[in-house]
Design a protein around this ligand. Structure first.
Ligand SMILES: C[S@@+](CC[C@H](N)C(=O)[O-])C[C@H]1O[C@@H](n2cnc3c(N)ncnc32)[C@H](O)[C@@H]1O
Length: 258
């Protein structure tokens, strides 16, 4: 099942809004981390799974000298990105419809490759990494930003409901052939694919800094009939309503050099 199936279920407009929020959520820290790991303001960047282009804009805003190839296998996302891209960025971005598992791009072409929240959706991450290796220039660097469900959603005070909901989402994604446990595998996959100078870091989104309501998934328990799920959602909302509760989430940054 491909990514499209996910937004077919929640609607295209809603998915665009979700991705916009997700792209800008703590993005300043992400840029800081990319620089720390060696992402430089120069040369050609291939952004894999660029979707509706919000992260492309963030990259172009923060790195004034780069040129970005925004690649996605979904034409509707690419069309949206092209139509909504800020005019000041237009001459620094090219759109390519392609599948990361079989890129039509030439060997040794890019200085940097970045893939944010894409690997968790891939059935064959090893194949994708070997394609990324092929299109990078010797000395070029890859940056993968993704999650691992075991590190996603630590709370104060400790709360089992958040973990439980997290596990349910993880299983659902597993059924869609994705993998929310991808984070713990990524260094090994890079190592197997001959990448060197591996590194891994984390950026933390914390509700005391970004606002607790921005972390809450809005679910109205009144429309749920199953008493078990209703209770789960009520516990979830109770946690968010506590005066001093907080939640933090880790985004993993994995880098390697060809
Ligand atoms: C969660 S979105 C992330 C969008 C963007 N990277 C961001 O961080 O805002 C995942 C994107 O990966 C794309 N994608 C998934 N599988 C892909 C594949 N095999 N080849 C190319 N793009 C893919 C989807 O179409 C979608 O746009």
């Amino acid at each position: 099942m491909d990514y499209k199936e996910i937004y077919k279920q929640i609607g295209f407009k809603q998915e665009i809004e979700r991705l916009k929020k997700q792209a800008y959520f703590g993005h300043e820290k992400e840029i800081r981390m990319l620089k720390l790991l060696g992402f430089e303001d120069r040369g050609s960047v291939l952004e894999i799974g660029s979707g509706p282009g919000f992260y492309t804009s963030i990259l172009l805003d923060n790195f004034k000298e780069i040129e970005v190839t925004a690649l996605d296998y979904d034409m509707e996302f690419l069309k949206y990105a092209n139509e909504n891209m800020n005019n000041k960025h237009r001459n620094r971005v090219t759109y390519v419809k392609d599948d990361v598992n079989r890129l039509s791009l030439p060997n040794n072409r890019y200085d940097f490759v970045i893939a944010r929240f894409v690997f968790q959706h891939l059935e064959n991450p090893l194949k994708a990494i070997s394609e990324i290796y092929r299109v990078l220039k010797p000395g070029g660097k890859v940056f993968i930003i993704d999650i691992d469900s075991d590190l996603w959603g630590t709370t104060f005070p400790k709360n089992r409901t958040i973990n439980e909901i997290n596990n349910i989402i993880s299983k659902l994604q597993g059924n869609l052939k994705g993998n929310r446990e991808i984070g713990s595998m990524l260094t090994t996959i890079l190592k197997r694919s001959k990448f060197k100078s591996l590194d891994i870091e984390a950026v933390i989104n914390h509700s005391d800094i970004l606002g607790k309501e921005n972390f809450r998934v809005k679910i109205n328990s009144n429309i749920i009939e199953d008493p078990k799920i209703k209770k789960l959602i009520n516990n979830y909302n109770d946690f968010f309503d506590l005066k001093d509760s907080s939640i933090m989430m880790l985004k993993l940054f994995i880098s390697g050099e060809k």
